[in-house]
Design a protein around this ligand. Structure first.
Ligand code: ATP
Ligand code: MG
Length: 449
């Protein structure tokens, strides 16, 4: 078994300081408007030293393995306000867009960005673009939204995104035409891996045209699959709500003879929600995740055993698990993401058939709470996290940083190059301590082989 720190060491392997460098539009020469306020409090500690770094490796073994001097150790730029900034706040215009699927906390990000831009820096114009990247394209005919602290005051009480979202490719040249036409200096992009690739395409065009527009991302993934960062915003809210669904099917399963409860949770490639929600409740007899393939026969044998011993059984399955057991779905969504086979319905049918073939009475209660989970507002923990992420994004953008996302690594907010943030996916390590914790909690076999 590898522990968390070993996993972290392997995650950062191969990454050098050059991979962590953050692009800047130019030299920061403008005094931060916060300066007089901080000086009034006789402190400058609030500012982040431009030369400081948060080390990527977090163990002595990891540092030793690098075999380099202290100055050469790879480190991430810490987030936070800089004493000198790049953009003159009185002349700065910022835009915000949300793309991809819903996730708790999107409205908190929008509100956090608007408040920080307005209250900290005194930026006077912040616009929201409607329905994802479509909002930049004139043929869709969407008006921009003027975002003010007043406008965003109550938006976080609802889930979803007040700006709307969409999938599907849009021409980055046309998007940058729009940014130019509107004289925007900063674009904040909130979305998943696809959105960040779109943001990179926009940033490329900005650079080709020699424009001084900062493109800063606040990465969104309910699946918690962004590499390097501790946890994505909305994840805690999502697995808490998912745990409620496990509770519900457990009650249902216990209420009928040989009842089987089945919950399908989000997790296309990474089973973090399934693992955390199952650990949050001790009801699950089996957790199935994309990272750990399983044999159907072996799973059914185990389920029958459990039902025999306990009178009921509960299965938690991540949507990306067991795809190899079903006929491949050839279609893709508007953004080109492969559609998954419905493992929940598949398992329900197989469990029912198996019990029927052996003349065991059962009822399978299946729920797919995905939309109910995606649409809830962020819980207080995620709200705090999200607000702080958005403030970090504002500080980064005002200092002229671009082509980067904000994240938190070992409780420190840091800048991560966009390219690195989409370079791979964070997954549950089948030999790691999280999966071990799940196995200890469910008592399921190490492998359904
Ligand atoms: P999630 O997967 O969590 O729902 P996502 O951001 O990955 O979020 P997508 O629908 O894949 O969601 O992408 C969102 C937007 O980004 C879409 O408008 C899509 O066209 C655009 N996009 C995706 N990949 C690219 C790419 N490689 N280059 C340019 N734009 C892209
Ligand atoms: Mg995606």
């Amino acid at each position: 078994m590898s522990a968390d720190n070993v996993v972290h060491l392997s995650r950062s392997q191969g990454v050098t300081q050059a991979d962590l460098a953050i692009a800047k539009l130019g030299t920061s020469r403008i005094e931060s408007p916060m300066a007089h306020l901080l000086d009034a409090r006789a402190t400058t500690e609030h500012y982040v030293d431009e030369d400081d770094r948060v080390l990527l490796d977090d163990t002595v073994a990891g540092i030793r393995a690098r075999g380099v001097s202290l100055d050469e150790l790879p480190g991430l730029e810490p987030c936070g306000p800089r004493r000198k900034i790049y953009f003159d706040p009185s002349k700065t215009r910022a835009g915000i867009v949300t793309c991809g699927g819903l996730c708790p906390g999107l409205n908190d990000v929008i509100a956090g960005l608007v408040r920080s831009l307005t209250y900290h820096y005194g930026v006077k114009r912040v616009v929201g673009f409607r329905n994802g990247f479509q909002g930049f394209i004139s043929s869709y005919g969407y008006d921009e939204v003027e975002l003010t602290p007043q406008y965003v005051r109550d938006i976080a009480t609802d889930g979803g995104t007040v700006l709307g979202t969409s999938r599907g490719a849009q021409d980055p040249e046309e998007i940058v035409d729009c940014l130019e036409r509107m004289h925007l200096n900063i674009l904040f992009v909130i979305g998943g891996d696809g959105t960040m690739r779109g943001a990179m395409a926009i940033e490329r065009v900005v650079r080709e045209r020699n424009l001084k527009i900062a493109v800063v991302g606040i990465p969104k993934t309910i699946d918690n699959d962004i590499p390097y960062i501790d946890q994505s915003f909305g994840f805690q809210t999502a697995f808490s709500r998912a745990a409620e669904s496990i509770r519900a099917v457990t009650v249902e399963a216990k209420s009928t003879a040989n009842g089987v409860g089945l919950v399908k949770l989000m997790g296309r490639h990474s089973g973090f929600i399934a693992c955390y929600a199952s650990l949050a409740r001790s009801d699950a007899d089996v957790v199935l995740i994309p990272e750990v393939p399983f044999s159907l026969d072996s799973l059914l044998d185990h389920l029958r055993d459990r039902v025999r011993q306990r009178g009921h059984a509960v299965v938690v399955v991540a949507e990306g698990a067991g795809q190899e057991l079903m006929e491949e779905v050839s279609s893709t969504d508007a953004s080109g993401n492969r559609r998954l086979g419905d493992i929940g319905r598949f398992l329900r049918a197989r469990i029912e058939d198996d019990f029927a073939a052996r003349e065991i009475e059962t009822s399978v209660r299946y729920i797919d709470p995905s939309y109910a989970i995606r649409s809830v507002p962020a819980n207080p923990y995620d709200s705090v996290y999200t607000v702080r992420l958005s403030q970090a994004a504002v500080h980064a953008a005002m200092s002229g940083r671009t082509a980067m996302v904000v994240g938190r690594v070992r409780r420190r907010f840091v800048h991560i190059p966009m390219e690195l943030a989409v370079s791979k996916r964070n997954q549950v390590d089948p030999n790691g301590d999280l999966w071990q914790a799940v196995l200890e909690s469910t008592g399921q076999p190490v492998r359904f082989a």
